[in-house]
Design a binder for this molecule. Structure first.
Ligand code: PMP
Ligand code: GLN
Length: 385
């Protein structure tokens, strides 16, 4: 095809292809063990697959209602009531989305106007900043502080101005695996009192929390919950990232505004998957043990690499482990991650692309949502490096 010759002024001039796509493609090209992009390499439950199939056979293959099928919204509402003692009304406060990514994008599109400022904790998941920029918003970065990637409450308030419209938080946190504590949310609550600022709380790893910690959901803090949109994902909870099914919880007025955008981004989400998840979600056994399940994987991975020269950064959640390689090389993270993929056949994700200024701390992120066999093979390689 002949190339486009009109004028092309990119709306995202500094944005390339997502690091997850880049590293997964590189892993495939070099036939490397892929611990880069976050997804499990073990199968989805047979029962859940059968449910999807049965709903397809029953003829549930046409558009779902725009906000999502009611039984799934009811199931999510019940899960939040059981887990956090908070009731989101299934009709007016719960919306099913095509994965968390679409929820995040539609929330930002619905509420951010040109000139608005959005505070983002850094390192940050890669979809937040571009979504803000596409709306003409400005991102203000709150750098999480070493060594535990905690929020610096001495410097954070200075990022809030009369133009601040939203704060985006994420716990358990991708890529660091750290978690927000009750004291952080109390501080945030106090800081936002008498200010018209929304909170977007990305809680896609809400069940993946370890070492006896409990998940501090934004919904537990009434002063924050009333100004918050909470994002979840069944991709993480049911090991089915490819199904792209998630949800957004928010008070009625915020939900109504959110749905005005949601309906034109996707209109509705995959019908048989929604029905299957609604039925599967009724049994809490299907998600109650996820924390223990992934903690065992993390501990196995950490044990297996004990003899290596990588240094693990302590973490309490998600299915990611950061490893510092400063004893091995002074190469940049991106160069080192690429070399490990090409030469050692093990793919990870450099952390520098999670920083707007590509900050380089010699750390790589490894996804341990893998079978024991994969983790053993990966560890054997890491111990050789
Ligand atoms: N937020 C965070 C923090 C993530 O790690 C991810 C990716 N898994 C998403 C959102 C997107 O989730 P989904 O795959 O459901 O779109
Ligand atoms: N959330 C996943 C990760 O952090 C990947 C999501 C994606 O590929 N966009 O690796």
């Amino acid at each position: 095809m002949e190339n486009y010759t009109g004028s092309l002024i990119s709306k995202l001039p500094f944005t390339g292809t997502s690091i997850f796509a880049v590293m997964s493609a590189l892993a495939k090209e070099h036939n490397a063990i892929n611990l880069s992009q976050g997804f499990p390499d073990f199968p989805v439950s047979e029962e859940l697959i059968k449910l999807v199939n049965s709903y397809m056979k029953k003829g549930l293959n046409q558009y779902a209602p725009m906000p999502g099928i009611l039984p799934l919204r009811e199931g999510i509402s019940e899960m939040f009531e059981t887990r956090y003692g908070v009731k989101y009304h299934p009709e007016t406060e719960v919306t099913i989305t095509a994965g968390a990514t679409q929820g995040l994008f539609s929330i930002i599109s619905a509420f951010i106007r040109p000139g608005d400022e959005v505070v983002v904790l850094e390192p940050a998941y890669d979809s937040y900043a571009p979504a803000v920029m596409l709306q003409g918003g400005m991102v203000k970065y709150a750098r999480l502080q070493a060594p535990d990637y905690s929020i610096n409450w001495d410097t954070f308030p200075a990022l809030i101005s009369g133009r601040t419209r939203m704060i985006i938080i994420n716990s358990p946190h991708n890529p660091t695996g750290t978690i927000i504590k009750a004291k952080d949310l109390k501080k945030l609550d106090t800081l936002l009192k008498n200010r018209d600022i929304l909170v977007l709380s990305d809680e896609v790893y809400e069940h993946l929390i370890f070492d006896g910690h409990t998940h501090e959901s934004i919904c537990r803090y009434p002063g924050l919950a009333s100004r918050s949109l909470l994002v979840g994902s069944f991709g993480k909870t049911f090991h089915a990232t490819g199904w792209k099914c998630g949800f957004v919880l928010a008070p009625p007025q915020l939900t109504a505004e959110f749905r005005k955008v949601h309906q034109f981004v996707v209109f509705a989400v995959n019908t048989p998957v929604q029905h299957a998840i609604a039925e599967y979600l009724r049994n809490p056994e299907h998600y109650k043990h996820l924390g223990r399940f992934y903690q065992e994987k993390r501990d196995l991975f950490l044990n297996l690499i004990k003899g290596s020269r990588f240094k693990a950064v302590p973490a309490s959640g998600t299915y990611f482990q950061l490893l510092n390689y400063s004893k091995i090389s002074d190469e940049k993270e991106t160069a080192f991650a690429e070399r490990l993929t090409r030469e050692f056949k093990i793919a990870s994700v450099p952390v520098s692309p999670f920083y707007h200024n590509q900050e380089d701390n010699k750390v790589l992120r490894f996804c341990f949502a893998k079978t024991t066999e994969t983790l053993e093979k990966a560890a054997e390689i890491l111990c050789r490096i």
